[in-house]
Write a protein that binds this ligand. Sequence first.
Ligand code: NCD
Length: 378
Amino acid sequence: MSPRTRDPSPPRSDAPATDAPPTDSPTDHATGAPKASPVSGQGAASSSVKAPDPTRTVAKSSRDLLALRGMGTAELKELLSRSRAMIPAAMGRADQSHILRGRAIGLLFFEDSTRTRLSFTMAAQRLGATTLDLASGGSSVSKGETLIDTALNVEAIGAAALVVRAKQSGAAHQIAQPAKVPVLNGGDGRHEHPTQALLDALTIAESLGRSAAFDLKGLTIAIVGDVVSSRVARSNIAALTALGAQVVAVGPPTLAPKSMASLGCKVEHNLDQVLPTVDAVMMLRVQFERHGTEESGAGPKASSIVSVRAYRDGYALTSARASMLKPHAVVLHPGPINRGLEMDQDVADGPRSAVLRQVTHGVAVRMASLCWCLGVPA
Ligand code: NCD
């Protein structure tokens, strides 16, 4: 990725963030990218690439981490190997607290989060940085301030980088336009969740003996469940296919529509046929809160699963289904898990499960990502 350049007159809005459409702003069905600006309401938001502005280049070595779609394989591998190198420090077994000492990282979580928010916090702390921690419930967003104004104020207070989580697809891109500091996307609507996919790729590579070069050629990875609502799935499809893996999206036609094949994955509806063929299986939560109406283009209708029972019958990773997997196959889930719906207790806690390793790797990935975005050698 090239050093970032800035738009001198980015689109701004006085519309309060609370007026911004929550999950039902029209998005592209396959990419999850917004068709119109989700935060400013002006103009179309780019899915991953900002229009370069030759007149204004700041902080030569800094860069955003907004999406994995479009990122080159070499850059992905560099981020993954930097993340792997951070694992000892992430686990408290090595000290890297000199790297960002004296800096502050703005954590702008406009949507609920446990793992992403806490692991960015831990990552900042392990690197010696402090955090400016905003939770939307306790901020001026609830008084009508826009996400962009809030972000620029946190930058003005002194944040060296901004991590943004929002329910609007494209929110991090919109904030990155006027921000002078690097912006990391901590999950935007149904669009992308780049650090989650990096930690997933790191976990898969490590579990399957591919973490020396992060070459995933010859591996098949299933992503199962509510794929169409999932920013985790979209970032994973981008990353895993760029690393050479074959990705199969599996779910009922309402949640894994054939149109998702345009992202470079296969789409299947029969989980029992797919399971014996895969090296890793990533289960997704049914994201009821992101189900909108078809008219809005927001994704599947609220009635997109016939019943919880029917969904479980077809798509839950039960103990019986897990026994169909190849002996070495690994099971992942980004969390939060709805035990009993998408995954059985025994599988979530069983020997194949990499779920908690994913979470630990999340700290290492976020340490590496903060350094990478700030242009700090690590
Ligand atoms: C995911 C998210 O928020 O996108 N969780 C996470 O970040 N670990 C997945 C989800 O909400 O189901």
